[in-house]
Design a protein. Sequence first.
Length: 331
Amino acid sequence: MSRGKGSETVTAESDVRDQLMAVAEKAIEAGEGPRLATPYPVNATMIRHWTEAMGDRNPRYTGPDAVAPPAMIQVWSMQGLDRDAARQTRVPLDDVLDALTEAGYTGVVATNCEHTYHRYVRPGEELTVGTRMADLAGPKQTALGEGYFVTWNVTWYSRDEPVAEMLFRLLKFRPRRKPAAREPYPLKPAVNRDTEFFWEGVARGELRIQKCRGCGELRHPPGPICPSCRSTDRTYAVASGVGTVYSYVVHHHPPVPGRETPFVVAVVELPEGVRIVGNVVDCPPSEVGIGMPVWVTYREMDDELTLPMWGPIQAPIQGPVQATIRVPRES
């Protein structure tokens, strides 16, 4: 029987899931296993470091009768940077996490952590810790990618007395593949203190026009001083995004990096009373004409740059185009 490529992929994924579930079932059946000694006994030095880092000045954590803050229970079982010690403290849960990594689920994000404290621990107590694999759920489709939710329980003991417990759950996922980076667009616009508001607006899909706070006049291109009242106090207004072609040229030669010729460069007159230069797109150059109604459209030129351009308005506009200006609150 022949098998299509799609069915082979499904079968392979099913085999991976079965293998992961088999490893998880083995880990669950192993139960808690041997309890591992924590690297250090509960001690006043680490308690002091913890409380100083947290800004916790509770007097119960200092002095001859000090107790350890309950929330630092995980600190006592951290192995640090000693890789040899870490290898000696492996538990069945590690087999599950390793199997997921080998299957391509290399991304990790914690989702749940629930602590239960039975009593305070005190300096001098030597703790042991037991880990029990609880559940493997998946594969699940998440915003981060396909993944498995891994849940386990940890119990800290003083001798044979449980002093604290933790339920921990994380998502091991296959990171989504990022699209290949595009070639950088070579004609980058100059961005400075006078123009950065304009490009921030483009990134948000807004056509921003500089506005004088002194006299209210709109101006484009933007500049540091109002040509009417000489004020340096400025803000911006968000234009309606429609206009008409005031003049244009069709560029045939010389070649322009990142562009295919011929293309149209137009001066577009906005009903707000200013003119702006931009490319006319979405129609052949032969169909562009003076007075043609257009509206703004935004085109990603590379992974970082978006440019405002102008496309034809298909339906004719009845009557004069009215300006609709939205002004930011701070103006």
